[in-house]
Design a protein around this ligand. Structure first.
Ligand SMILES: [Zn+2]
Length: 217
């Protein structure tokens, strides 16, 4: 696994590590929750680097990453280590959408917002300048649709549901799991970060607006 020593790989690893610590400092990844990954550079692009399970994100270090194959199984060196239970969601995104990096948060805003809208199955957001943080959006007048799936511990079933949606709708770069959190991705680590931050900001704004509305009533 020589590529792990290349400058290119180590740069990606450092970039993701900084994001994990940043997201933890914002309260988006409490305790050992959440998981993160990136597609390894060519010619190893069908393997992925992913955070291993059960590590406190405050203390997460580069040794806590592991390598998995396209189906989510650990590469030989890592067979004694458990990746996240949600690994299949990452591998689905890499294999089916244009994805280089997948970030998953358990923020308060995405948890509450997804519960409020779970019956709608889709949350629609418009009118915010920050919508331009999403790929190909150039105006605050755009409307984004974020799908909300029921939370489940059955990952194969969840992947089936998610793929039914994304077979027809490829223009969103994130989805919510009700009462659980946000998955967002991008064609680079910085783009995945930008999509996550944009969506988290929008959920926070929407929640504050609901609260203000309720106080007025
Ligand atoms: Zn999760």
């Amino acid at each position: 696994m020589n590529f792990l020593e290349t400058e290119q790989y180590q740069y990606l690893e450092k970039e993701l590590l900084e994001i994990i610590h940043l997201f933890h400092s914002r309260g988006w990844s409490m305790a050992t929750s959440t998981n993160y990954s990136f597609r390894n550079p060519e010619p190893n692009q069908n393997t992925y680097t992913i955070s291993r399970s059960g590590i406190d994100k405050l203390k997460f270090k580069k040794e806590d990453f592991m390598l998995i194959e396209a189906e989510g199984t650990p590469l030989p060196t890592y067979q004694h280590i458990k990746s996240s239970a949600e690994t299949l969601l990452h591998t689905y995104l890499y294999q089916n959408l244009e994805t280089q990096c997948v970030l998953h948060t358990h923020s308060k805003a995405s948890t509450i917002y997804s519960l409020i809208h779970q019956k709608d199955k889709i949350a629609k957001i418009t009118g915010f300048e920050l919508l331009k943080g999403i790929r190909n959006i150039t105006t605050h007048e755009a409307e984004i649709k974020i799908p909300i799936f029921q939370n489940s511990q059955d990952m194969k079933q969840l992947v089936r549901e998610i793929s039914t949606y994304y077979d027809r709708n490829q223009e969103t770069y994130g989805f919510l799991l009700a009462g659980h959190g946000l998955y967002a991705w991008g064609n680079s680590i910085p783009e995945a970060k930008r999509h996550t931050e944009t969506l988290e900001f929008l959920f926070e704004c929407m929640l504050e607006m609901y609260q203000m509305h309720r106080i007025k009533e």
